[in-house]
Design a protein around this ligand. Structure first.
Ligand SMILES: [Zn+2]
Length: 335
């Protein structure tokens, strides 16, 4: 019915889903971990036909050596504007994944971030776990925050990071069935997901009374171990702003460079795929072809080599290259 790799993506995401303000235990496990879904799950390359928003869980492991992309979730908060201005003085362009519920009264913060060269991403309206919501609610949670973003960043890029990193085939299908399919995601992270003896998650540091200095040095340890990546922090917490101001000069002195999320190779490719697939009025978006195709077109998917046919704007299984229903055109992998 729908590509199995979407489920694989959901599993990968929920395992590390500890980004939010609440603890991890309640957010992991549950309905996504049906072992029958793991069996035979298709890793592929994440480009099965109806996967546009879902693609992969996008991470930064292809960034150049000693390069970081800073991301801040759950704001805007009381010190977000200050953080954005500080990063601008350091010539660092970060991404702020906002919750729309925090915007009223702080619209000016979003404009200030954009003026400082930062990107605004969608972290949904109310920071709910999307995998537990109805399709209608997934769409409204995404769309409400999109309205704020579109005001200050009308030409995108459109970057989506679900709360807790929790994402699955159902959430992807919900988003892909609406204008919100312009988003790329799920944007994940490489550094900052969990507090251990050699790594840190800022929200967990503050909850456990780990000092700003200690938390910052744990972040730097994890960066040194990974050598590159997307870094997760939360600008809604005041100590996080102090920590950023403490570690940025040290990172620069140690030779680290900073990239924007648009420069992260996996995200750059996803943005290219989405804009190719959503241009034109054709019925179904094909990730394999990187564009849309008309009804009853049949495409052989790059990720599972199987044939899919566009029917009523959805991808359905096709029997193969000789399927008589493929009246809209045939697109084999090797023409
Ligand atoms: Zn969050």
């Amino acid at each position: 019915m729908f590509p199995r790799h979407l489920v694989a993506l959901a599993l990968a995401s929920t395992v590390a889903a500890c980004a939010g303000l609440t603890g991890c235990s309640a957010q992991t496990g549950g309905e996504d971990e049906d072992p029958s879904l793991v069996d035979g799950a298709d890793d592929g390359d994440g480009t099965t036909e109806d996967a546009i928003v879902s693609e992969h869980s996008l991470v930064g492991n292809e960034l150049p050596d000693h390069t970081l992309a800073l991301t801040f979730d759950d704001g805007p908060g009381p010190r977000t504007k200050e953080l954005g201005a500080y990063l601008a003085t350091q010539n660092i362009k970060a991404t702020f994944f906002i919750n729309g519920k925090n915007v009223p009264g702080r619209q000016g913060v979003l404009s200030a971030l954009v003026e400082n060269g930062h990107l605004i991403g969608n972290h949904t309206q109310n920071h709910l776990q999307l995998t537990k919501l109805s399709s209608a609610k997934v769409i409204s949670e995404t769309t409400l925050t999109d309205n704020f973003i579109a005001e200050v960043q009308p030409n995108g890029p459109w970057l989506l990071r679900p709360p807790f990193g929790a994402w699955n085939g159902a959430t992807a299908r919900a988003v892909n069935g609406t204008p919100m399919k312009k988003y790329v995601g799920s944007v994940f992270w490489d550094v900052g997901g969990v507090l251990t003896a050699t790594a840190a998650a800022d929200w967990d540091c503050w909850g456990k009374h780990v000092s700003v200095d200690k938390c910052g040095s744990l972040y730097m340890q994890e960066m040194a171990a990974k050598k590159r990546g997307i870094v997760l922090m939360h600008d809604v917490h005041s100590p996080t702003i102090d920590m950023v101001k403490a570690i940025v000069p040290k990172l620069k002195a140690a030779g680290w460079k900073f990239a924007t999320l648009e420069e992260v190779p996996s995200i750059k490719r996803a943005i290219g795929n989405v804009s190719a697939a959503t241009s034109g009025d054709d019925a179904c978006s094909s990730s394999t072809l990187g564009r849309s195709v008309p009804e009853n077109s049949c495409v052989q998917s790059r990720s599972d080599q199987k044939w899919h046919r566009c029917e009523n704007k959805e991808w359905v299984d096709a029997s193969g290259a000789t399927d008589p229903k493929c009246t809209g055109g045939k697109f084999p992998l090797t023409p």
